[in-house]
Design a protein around this ligand. Structure first.
Ligand SMILES: [Zn+2]
Length: 65
């Protein structure tokens, strides 16, 4: 699981790939921001799940930069 930062609203969110039995070749799959709904194609072998961080998690992330 990784933290991505939305290029549109600049908020951090969690993103992780589905672990499914699928052919392991890279695709460009849309990574959708849970805050503003903006999507950016990012390389993935399956597809992306995204989840908004809580206010506290956002603070922690921003203070760790
Ligand atoms: Zn966004």
């Amino acid at each position: 699981m990784t933290i991505h930062v939305c290029s549109t609203c600049t908020k951090p969110f969690m993103a992780w790939e589905q672990k499914l039995d699928v052919p392991a070749y890279k695709l460009m799959e849309p990574l959708t921001c849970p805050y503003c709904g903006d999507s950016t194609p990012v390389e993935s072998v399956t597809w992306w799940n995204t989840q908004a961080l809580t206010e506290e998690e956002q603070q922690d992330y921003l203070s760790s930069l």
